[in-house]
Design a binder for this molecule. Structure first.
Ligand code: FMN
Length: 133
């Protein structure tokens, strides 16, 4: 839990992270910003109609990278979709600007959490630190 909180805090403060998926043998990467800690799990949000969602469905192994104040985080792991309305609501309530595009009942909103993962915190001035959850 402590490790996840540290990852969550970093992603929150970075504001933007870059999420990589795979499509066949082709890496795909794009900017993401959604992040939520709920019931001790780290969630992200997307739309089921997006290519990124279809890629995660076909292969839930993802990696992301974020950078802030000379430090960076690389997180790899396996995502699992959570269809519970309460989690979608918690995500949209936390990030209300998403409500211009999404709502809990639109059949499109998708929240996913990391079932497991490995995160490495790095900087140019200190040794890297790797944590798992
Ligand atoms: C700063 C920033 C944050 C973003 N955050 C998200 C996000 O959390 N979830 C999401 O689905 N799209 C987000 N987007 C939009 C995606 O980057 C965009 O829809 C992208 O095309 C999705 O990847 P895909 O085309 O492979 O499906 C964000 C875009 C920017 C510029």
């Amino acid at each position: 839990m402590e490790n996840l909180e540290r990852i969550y805090k970093f992603l929150e403060e970075a504001g933007t992270y870059y999420l990589a998926t795979v499509e066949g043998d082709q890496p795909r990467v794009r900017a993401f910003g959604t992040v939520l800690l709920y019931e001790g799990k780290l969630y992200i949000q997307t739309g089921k109609i997006k290519a990124v969602s279809k890629q995660i469905k076909a292969n839930p192994k993802v990696e992301l990278c974020a950078f802030k104040d000379g430090k960076w985080l690389r997180l790899s792991g396996i995502l699992e979709r959570d269809e519970r309305r309460e989690v979608k609501k918690a995500m949209l309530d936390k990030m209300p600007t998403l409500r211009t595009m999404y709502n809990e009942d639109d059949g499109n909103t998708e929240v996913l959490y990391f079932k497991s993962g490995e995160a490495t915190f790095s900087s140019f001035v200190a040794p890297s630190e790797t944590v798992t959850f």
